[in-house]
Design a protein around this ligand. Sequence first.
Ligand SMILES: Cc1ncc(COP(=O)(O)O)c(C=O)c1O
Length: 408
Amino acid sequence: MDLFDKLEGRPSPLGQFTSEGYGYYTFPKLEGPLGPEMQFNGKDMVVWSINDYLGIGSNPEIKKVDVEATEKYSLSAPMGARLMTGNSTEHEKLEEELAAFVHKEDAQLLNFGYQGIMSTIHALVDRNDILIYDELSHACIVDGKQLSMADKYVFKHNDLESFKKQLFRAKKKMNENTSILVVTEGVFGMTGDLGILKEIIELKKEVPFRLLVDDAHGIGTMGEDGSGTGTHLGVQDGIDVYFGTFAKSFALIGAFIASEPRVIEFLKANSRSQVFAKSLPLPLVVTARKRLQMIKDNPQWRETLWNNTLKLRDGLRDLGYTVLPSESPVTPVLTKGSTELCTDIMRKLREEHGVFVSGVAYPVVPRGTVLIRIIPTAAHTDAHIDKTLKAFDAIKEYVFEAAEKMSA
Ligand SMILES: Cc1ncc(COP(=O)(O)O)c(C=O)c1O
């Protein structure tokens, strides 16, 4: 059978949604300058779907640096992988600054977080080793696991007993050549809950292992200095390999791994998606340095982000909505309902109220549930929050009735 003909029948849980809802529920086009107010299908929207947590994407000072750095270096330079011809002093300085920011000794810049973390997992553990990971880990961790030759044990999401079970199972299988890598997240991006880092790290006393934390949503938003979930929980030292991306609070592209110098040295030579791929263009590196500096200089952005988050969350709860107990800015509104309810909520909010949110239904969340994921940012204002709460108020009768029908 022709390979392309076969693709039509291949199970693809999201395929149906990407084709039927194309341009509206999937692949929507938000237009105009990046920020909390954008256009969708020609209509003005208050946008709650982008991870520009600190409002950096619309900062004029940063935009100026973007332009100046592009003029100075071009978007092409440097050409080649870091290891070959793609290195620069700017890349190295950024690594130093990132390491210091997250309280680690050294860092490796990654051209993309997704591939970078996959390669990190692949490089760190081999066939003698055991990888233990949270079942709700991001796709990049799951793919990294697939690449790795290690034995893989999965624990139930944030379930300490389940983690212990897998850890002690691993301990029993160990010989003198076996090492254990545990992988989890700082902030789980869909539900906003934090990884049980403290509890996991505590168990190092009983079974030695190394911990890799994907803190994509935590960097910039968590911890008093923005250095992430480990700092927020007081356990940054217990994280052996820290991953942060620029794709969220830096509003950029690129990412990094921070760890001990010997680990970073090893990864720089063995992380295949970095060794065999072009390094980040210089303007991105220069603007990442500027963004990092501004994140350090403007702690009030985090304060505004948190004020906005709490105001929106309290308002939604006062209206009767169920907001999952997120400990991060990610604000997940959960209701019983079908895929149709999920798309209806998005459509009503967009068409009738000029409020743009994204929602997910089965298979991303369990069948019969709908999760509307709202991302507050520091750039949102009280007026945006009020308008959004009014919109949720206006549709609540419809939403709650649909949920009741589902339970009946
Ligand atoms: C939890 C998590 N890890 C990793 C990534 C991948 O990072 P990047 O976008 O830099 O490839 C993402 C998405 O950005 C994410 O949400």
